[in-house]
Design a binder for this molecule. Sequence first.
Ligand code: ARG
Length: 471
Amino acid sequence: MTHAGGQMWGGRFAGSLDELFAQFQKSLPVDHVLAFADLQVNRAWSRALANVGVFTADELLRVHAAIEDLEGHWRTTGIPADDPAEDVHSLVERELVARCGELGKRIHTGRSRNDQVATDLRLYLRERIGALASAITALCGQLVAKAAAHHDAPMPGYTHLQRAQPITIGHWALAHCEAFARDRERLRDAGERMAECPLGSGALAGTVLGVDRAAVAADLGFRGGPTHNSLDATAQRDHLCELAFACAMACTHLSRLAEDTIFFATQEARFVTFGDAVSTGSSLMPQKRNPDAMELVRGKCSRAHGALQALLGSVKGLPMAYNRDLQTDKESLLPLLTETESCLRVATLAVQHATFDVARCASEAERGYLNATDLADLLVEAGVPFRDAHGIVGAAVNRAVALGVELQDLPADERQRLLPQLRVDLKQALAARTVLARRDVLGGTAPNRVRAEVTRWQQRLTDWNTEDRTP
Ligand code: ARG
């Protein structure tokens, strides 16, 4: 590759780029995905240039015809990621010159690749954010389906991975939905930070010829109008860091969902079985049925964290304004978006193919002293101060452990000795279903509350589906 041919900037150079560096500095293998956004930007910019006299009305038609032709061509052939062009902007300009000659050479008037790439990326990310949001909608759809089916099904709830209190399977499923709902909001929010149009910021100082930036912004569908500082508009990437954080956080939540279900699928828990569609076997141990789908989701999460770290690091300490370091933003961000989306899709599939053993979950919810707090609450109702009740029940649990029974199964004499204050039928009062029904509070695990939350979530999913369909 020589300076004389190909590049947009050969004028003052006589020698050619070292081949190693030529390859090193290319961004086309990564930024070719911006091609259609770049064509959109070229369409709007040429229109703006026509308004200030760079193109006549007839010339503009020819430029637009060239853009349309190139767009149609790439829609059938795909974008040539391995072309010798340095980046997507050089590739598009070269192809337009090939189609409309001298007019194509005028299209970069008053523009820089710095404001161009900033604009292309925002346009492109709009679509990617939309796809991520709808992947979250789909995942929550599967979780809500589980919650609807099991809104009243008891299972053990854990803190410190020690049995704590009974919960319903539905309550567990909707807990994960809440986290993904915040991720979805964060993604949409990151999109909000991309609502202003950088085009017309030039390389760093703004454009010339009196181009109407507001019209350009409107033309490209930027709701926030044009950006207000050309240095910032070309040099900042915090909206990308924000998007990367939203993805890294969603991956972190996926990893927690994965960990829960991997534990549920152990022989020790046996709460869940993953179907064949998302399980794998062992090359050696014939009995194995491994939850690899969720394990890979959990594993890939750390790469998402790495991408966020890389992005933050690439902007730290950069002098105002554009620096070539910023080209690496896409290398970190774009694979992160792809990975996050595929983790969301695979987790959705894994939830869909996860079957709860409702009977086992229910019987396990009756074991392991998950009702000890409720026994203390019964003592409170009988007039014992809670702190004393806590101590009394602690002693009762110790005795029950020694005898190998549950609290409600303590022999009558032991019960009389340890809990003389209580007259109630403990079998009934400490049954998991009774314990669940007592958490009848907004946000609580009582089946009627979970049922109401399922209804709220179904409405929310309907709203999200509508949002996902509107660009
Ligand atoms: N490919 C570059 C990027 O993605 C845009 C080109 C800017 N080049 C330059 N020499 N100012 O950031």
